[in-house]
Design a protein around this ligand. Structure first.
Ligand SMILES: Cc1cc2nc3c(=O)[nH]c(=O)nc-3n(C[C@H](O)[C@H](O)[C@H](O)COP(=O)(O)OP(=O)(O)OC[C@H]3O[C@@H](n4cnc5c(N)ncnc54)[C@H](O)[C@@H]3O)c2cc1C
Length: 498
């Protein structure tokens, strides 16, 4: 079979890219190294408890929200049942030492009212903050939907404008309010002083609008995406780890070769894997040394330790997340802090689990997922030594369990560790160079790769190019396919969704 495009990596970016290319009439093959597609977002079931892994909740899923429309565009919306998180407290922020406790209610209006009530002296600054947020998202590529015929300008310049910290400084927002407006940095993995305000806005705007998940969680999302691939005639090849993109002497793509011995001819390729992993697939001469050095030097988002726990009481917190912050003045991404003091994010993924997926399990129990920033895993280095890896994981699990039992005593004595994952696990699952949460960081002054490359026929998508998260990954696919077929054609297709 001769394909027009070979897409490397069947995560959200790769699947979305493949679906969009198929929509434009291309014959597409999608190659994934893992045994199953979308390995990062597919949750798992352990002892009848469902756990989400790389997808817990999303913003912008409300009717007509950006993600709602994106999922319609990809043809998966009808196969997914949305479930809203807690209306009054979808994210609860706690800083024990300072006594800070705040819950984010669903929707812009409720959030605005709650924040203005709590911080009356910052009323004006808050209005300006929300205005700036809305304004900057208007210029983000493939963020807002525009009716057919309306002219669209993509404000790429804003992506390298001010950082979140600079905007908060300008608005003289400090203290607890500042802490609350910065807390969602965990969702993209860059510090407030690093993240371009525009990218931060593109992440939090959706969540401020609504926080939801899908019945069946990340597993249901993965299943819906795979069904759509079948409908669109995309051929999916799992257990196909690409080890080389062959390039002719004239500088054109000739074929890709996989570690299982399969070689597929191709003249065009869309790669969604980590940019540093991409470098290993190509002859060194393909890119200029300066570009190679730029990709090799891209800063990485934090690593993570993840502890999956069960408790008979977990359902009490259905549809809620907790962010237990480190002491005032300590960075949320400081992984030198002991586990008992580090940022601790808790997700109660019961909403995802209830209902199961594919009708196989109708009533899985609600699990507790804990995520803490952690050192990177670096193969060959000793951040995680293999000799005592299992012991280390057990110790991590126990320490985190004890901390949760203290913080949320309602979870009771039945709280048990089911599984522990580390940066080493993430390195294996998303093939990020160092087992980070979201691969390459997005930072003011750091130029992440864009969709078009110097090698004719090679395009890039993936969380490194646009932003992390379900929305960032789909946006990266839109940007890559826009670079291939023309942004006006992709915008026209989006316009039809309205
Ligand atoms: C712990 C955690 C929690 C998260 N929670 C949320 C959340 O609640 N909401 C949200 O929106 N986002 C969340 N995210 C982020 C989100 O999961 C990611 O941003 C998104 O899934 C990235 O998709 P991607 O396709 O760009 O990358 P990936 O999913 O990493 O896809 C790349 C794919 O390429 C494959 N691959 C790599 N190398 C090769 C090769 N040589 N040959 C073939 N295949 C290859 C990989 O196996 C992988 O499947 C979370 C992430 C993590 C880690």
């Amino acid at each position: 079979m001769k394909y027009d495009y070979l897409v490397i990596g069947a995560g959200i970016s790769g699947i979305s890219s493949a679906l969009l290319l198929a929509r434009f009439g291309f014959k597409v093959a999608l190659l994934e190294q893992a045994p199953r597609p979308a390995p990062l977002i597919e949750g798992f079931v352990r002892n009848n408890v469902y756990f989400d892994a790389g997808f817990h909740y999303a913003g912008g899923l409300e009717e007509g929200g950006v993600l709602d429309l994106n999922l319609r565009l990809l043809g998966v919306a009808d196969d997914l049942e949305k479930v809203p998180f807690d209306a009054l407290a979808y994210d609860t922020i706690v800083q024990s030492q300072s006594g800070l406790s705040f819950s984010f209610p669903q929707g812009y209006e409720a959030l605005g009212n709650t924040l203005r009530g709590r911080f009356p002296s910052h009323r004006q600054a808050l209005s300006e903050y929300f205005e700036r947020l809305k304004l900057v998202t208007q210029g983000l590529p493939y963020y807002n939907y525009h009716p057919p015929g309306e002219s669209v300008s993509m404000g790429l310049a804003s992506l390298h404008g001010q950082s979140l910290s600079e905007v908060l400084d300008e608005l003289a927002i400090s203290g607890e309010l500042r802490t609350l407006l910065q807390v969602h940095c965990l969702l993209h993995g860059s510090l407030p002083s690093e993240i371009p305000f525009a990218i931060h806005a593109g992440v939090v705007d959706g969540y401020y609008g609504s926080a939801q998940t899908f019945k069946g969680g990340g597993r249901a999302l993965a299943a819906a995406l795979v069904t759509a691939l079948k409908r669109c005639g995309v051929d999916l090849f799992c257990r196909h780890r690409v080890e080389e993109i062959e390039v002719t002497a004239a500088g054109a793509i000739a074929a890709i070769r996989c570690t299982n011995g399969i070689r597929m001819q191709a003249s065009a390729c869309l790669a969604t894997l980590h940019p540093q992993a991409l470098l290993k697939l190509l002859p060194a001469s393909v890119f200029r040394p300066v570009y190679r050095r730029r990709l090799a030097a891209l800063a990485e988002s934090p690593g993570a330790e993840m502890v999956f726990l069960s408790s008979p009481q977990a359902r009490k917190f259905l549809g809620r997340n907790f962010f237990f912050l480190p002491e005032k003045g300590k960075s949320s991404f400081d992984f030198e802090l002991p586990l008992s003091e580090r940022l601790l994010y808790l997700n109660f993924s019961g909403l995802g689990g209830l209902g199961g997926s594919g009708g196989s399990a109708s009533d899985w129990d609600c699990g507790v997922t804990a995520i803490l920033p952690a050192p990177y895993y670096e193969s060959g280095k000793t951040v995680v030594s293999s000799a005592n890896y299992a012991d280390e994981k057990r110790r991590t699990g126990e320490l985190v369990r004890e901390r949760i039992a203290l913080l949320l005593p309602e979870l009771g004595p039945g709280l048990e560790v089911e599984r522990v994952a580390t940066s080493k696990t993430l390195e294996r699952i998303n093939a990020s160079a160092r087992g980070s949460l979201y691969g390459v960081k997005h930072m003011v002054g750091q130029f992440n790769p864009s969709a078009k490359t110097r090698l004719a026929g090679l395009y890039l998508a993936g969380q490194a190019t646009a932003a992390p998260g379900l929305l960032g990954a789909i946006t990266s696919a839109l940007m890559a396919v826009g670079a291939i077929v023309g942004h006006d054609r992709v915008e026209a297709l989006r316009g039809d969704m309205l």
